[in-house]
Design a protein around this ligand. Structure first.
Ligand SMILES: *Cc1c(COP(=O)(O)O)cnc(C)c1O
Length: 342
């Protein structure tokens, strides 16, 4: 049996030897007392990269998103996001549970929102309506097959939010994939968003962790909410060190993951079991299976040949490239894809 090639998610990566060395030599302290200098270094480093005032290291991207939504809403407020948004679909109903806010779902093209889509959905000042207070964007869009926002689109949404007095949060679980793909500058983001959530354990390859960025006063409140949620960690510098290492070594190489995803897409498009491949922009390949197959059948057939991936609906399959996928694995995967008998 050949080695498995794991395209299920970019969360499956293991720390590299260099990352493990950085973790082992981290200077740590009790971060709940504010005494872990490595955690502080990571928070400051990311805040500087995005030109935001402050950062907060959290165990997961779900926690950074949920804390941001809690900071930016009051009970009876409403959050606007795309119907595919992670904050709505994959955070366990957390918006209702943590923030007691309602959600207005929009139908973006591959999850991309526009001012034209958002503006009619903003509630006026009327006791019948929940008060619209927050817009959440996702970049890249996970369910949109890794589609990116460009900065001019974000600027337009920011301008609308500024006029309407709405906060704007970015679920940037894969923001570095978007920055590498578009060439947009991270520093511009701080100007457009009130909050940004950045995952270190997706494409960047750290084992654990996300950082929430915002203003100093927002992060002060976020630190309190993190404690209440049970996310205050003690000698977390060992984990923060992995994040710092990832930012120093694993950002530029995301371009390689994007190349790999494009190569897989090309191979898949030439087979008879694939009806259509969503155009690849970053590290996610989404395809629709041919009418006579189910997604599960294609996933199982690939699995028998050592390629691991996930069905994301009855007819769609997702493959994600990442740090632990080598060029040789891509060559091997392309060969298997071409010869596959479903
Ligand atoms: C993975 C992901 C998150 C965070 O997920 P965690 O598993 O909680 O870290 C948030 N948003 C998007 C779009 C994601 O893909």
């Amino acid at each position: 049996m050949e080695q498995k090639i794991d395209f299920r998610s970019d969360t499956v990566t293991k720390p590299t030897p260099g990352m493990l060395d950085a973790m082992l030599s981290a200077k740590v302290g009790d971060d709940v007392y504010g005494e872990d200098e490595t955690v502080t270094e990571l928070e400051t480093k990311l805040a500087n990269i995005f030109h935001m005032e402050a950062g907060l290291f959290c165990p997961s991207g779900t926690m950074t998103n949920q804390i941001a939504i809690k900071c930016f809403t009051q009970p009876m407020d409403e959050v606007i996001c795309d119907q595919t948004a992670h904050v709505y679909r994959y955070e366990g109903g957390g918006i209702a549970y943590n923030s007691m806010a309602s959600v207005r779902l929009l139908n973006g093209e591959r999850g991309i929102l526009t001012p034209e889509l958002i503006e009619p959905e903003i509630n006026g000042d009327d006791v019948h309506y929940p008060k619209t207070n927050l817009v959440v964007l996702e970049n890249t869009v996970n369910k949109g097959g890794g589609k990116c926002y460009h900065l001019d689109q974000i600027e337009a949404i920011h301008n609308l939010c500024a006029i309407k007095g709405l906060k704007l949060h970015l679920d940037g679980a894969r923001i570095f994939n978007a920055l590498v793909a578009t060439g947009d500058k991270a520093t511009a983001y701080g100007h457009y968003f009130d909050g940004i959530s950045v995952c270190l354990s997706k494409g960047l390859g750290a084992p654990v962790g996300s950082v929430l960025l915002g203003s100093s006063s927002m992060i002060k409140q976020a630190r309190r909410i993190r404690k209440v949620l049970g996310g205050g960690m003690r000698q977390a510098g060992f984990l923060a060190a992995a994040g710092i290492y990832a930012l120093d070594h694993h950002v530029d190489r995301l371009a390689e993951d994007h190349q790999h995803a494009k190569a897989l897409a090309l191979a898949l498009a030439q087979t008879d079991y694939v009806a259509q491949v969503t155009p690849v922009e970053t590290n996610i390949v989404l395809f629709e299976v041919a009418s006579k197959f189910t997604a599960e059948e294609v996933v199982r057939a690939l699995g028998r040949k050592g390629i691991l991936c996930n069905a994301t609906s009855a007819k769609t399959v997702r493959l994600v490239t990442h740090l632990d996928i080598s060029p040789a694995m891509i060559d091997q995967a392309i060969e298997i894809i071409a010869k596959l008998d479903v």
